[in-house]
Ligand binder design. Structure first.
Ligand SMILES: [Zn+2]
Length: 220
């Protein structure tokens, strides 16, 4: 899953207005931000096999440190805990932790059964939505659209950057998603890893957008 994760991060503004969109992006995509580094370090591995699923040509061979349920629970506690220690925002800390965990839950919908439950355990899960392009668009698109809508309604642009940087970010995410689903397979695993590192720019972009938007509503 790609933009569905960002959809949830956008939506988080509605329940935790003090959490920056950048922090929400960091949390919702945390394990996908770790994954490229683990690939480059040789800790985890992926294989390119065009046609592996209708959506992704990637075969996730080994990624228990970033993507096993047990590890993701650990990352969620770590990130939520770090947020709690640095901000006086208990609600925000829970939302940050939940966003980290939500990544695994959403991935479990789209992945074929390759998501490990715990490192060293053979049990792998995945409902396999990626077997269909139409189903993938039908699930991820509305999650993303609803999230963006909630964020736009919960915040107000302070200036032109707050308006246009948000529109640019949403358009870029939608384009990358289309490219991921419909485009050609990546040329190499190192290309995947380096392109994956570029996601940090999305986090920075989201902090930039959020700094130029003010809260419109109080928390629900
Ligand atoms: Zn993932």
């Amino acid at each position: 899953m790609f933009i569905g994760h960002f959809g949830l991060a956008f939506a988080a503004k509605r329940v935790a207005p003090r959490v920056s969109l950048g922090t929400a992006f960091l949390a919702a995509q945390f394990v996908d931000l770790l994954w490229p580094s683990f690939l480059l370090l040789g800790i985890e591995s992926v294989r390119i096999a065009p046609g592996a699923t209708a959506v992704t040509p990637l075969v996730f061979e080994h990624y228990p440190t970033s993507h096993s349920l047990l590890a993701v629970i650990g990352w969620a506690l770590a990130l939520g805990g770090a947020y709690a220690l640095t901000r006086k925002d208990t609600r925000g800390a829970f939302v940050v932790g939940f966003l980290v965990l939500s990544h695994w839950l959403l991935d479990a919908i789209v992945h074929v059964p390759d998501l490990p439950v715990a490192p060293g355990m053979d049990l792998r899960v995945g409902l396999g939505l990626w077997q269909s392009q139409a189903a993938t668009f039908a699930v991820e698109g509305p999650i993303f659209a609803a999230g963006v809508w909630l964020y736009a309604r919960s915040t107000l642009a302070k200036d032109r950057i707050g308006r246009y940087a948000l529109i640019g970010l949403v358009a870029l995410l939608a384009l990358v998603h289309m490219g991921n689903v419909l485009g050609p397979p990546p040329p190499s695993v190192s290309a995947i890893a380096w392109l994956g590192q570029a996601q940090w720019l999305l986090v920075a972009w989201a902090y930039w957008v959020d700094a130029h938007r003010g809260s419109r509503v109080s928390a629900v």
